[in-house]
Design a protein around this ligand. Structure first.
Ligand SMILES: [Zn+2]
Length: 128
């Protein structure tokens, strides 16, 4: 069995890879968004649809990037794998599935309930 530290180290590498991948993808998408769309383009124009898709993708990736960076920062501070809500250790099995998570399963479920009831704004932490 690997130690918790070894697992965190492995997650750090995964996160760094992920960060690189997202960075490259964002660069590519932003580049494609620089291309001017014909001002006469009408609704339903394939170029416009493509563009809207890319705009949505960029914001999705930016959210993901923010979470990955947050996770990397907490590793640097030695706080990685600690639930930010209840301060308990997040089980390593969960970290392996979702290396960018900042909540334990129980808090995740509670936060999800609060969001559903409209008692909490949707945070960068994506609920899955
Ligand atoms: Zn928790």
């Amino acid at each position: 069995m690997p130690t918790r530290q070894q697992i965190i180290d492995r997650e750090r590498h995964k996160l760094l890879d992920e960060q690189k991948r997202i960075g490259g993808e964002l660069e590519r998408l932003r580049e494609s968004l620089k291309v001017e769309v014909d001002v006469d383009a009408e609704e339903g124009d394939p170029d416009l649809i493509e563009r809207e898709k890319n705009v949505a993708l960029v914001s999705q990736l930016e959210g993901k990037q923010a979470r990955v960076q947050m996770a990397l920062r907490s590793i640097a501070k030695g706080k990685y794998g600690i639930c930010e809500r209840c301060n308990k250790e997040i089980p390593t099995e969960r970290l392996e599935v979702r290396p960018d998570t900042t909540l334990c399963v129980q808090c995740q479920v509670e936060v999800e309930k609060l969001i559903k009831r409209g008692l909490m704004p949707r945070t960068p932490q994506e609920i899955q």
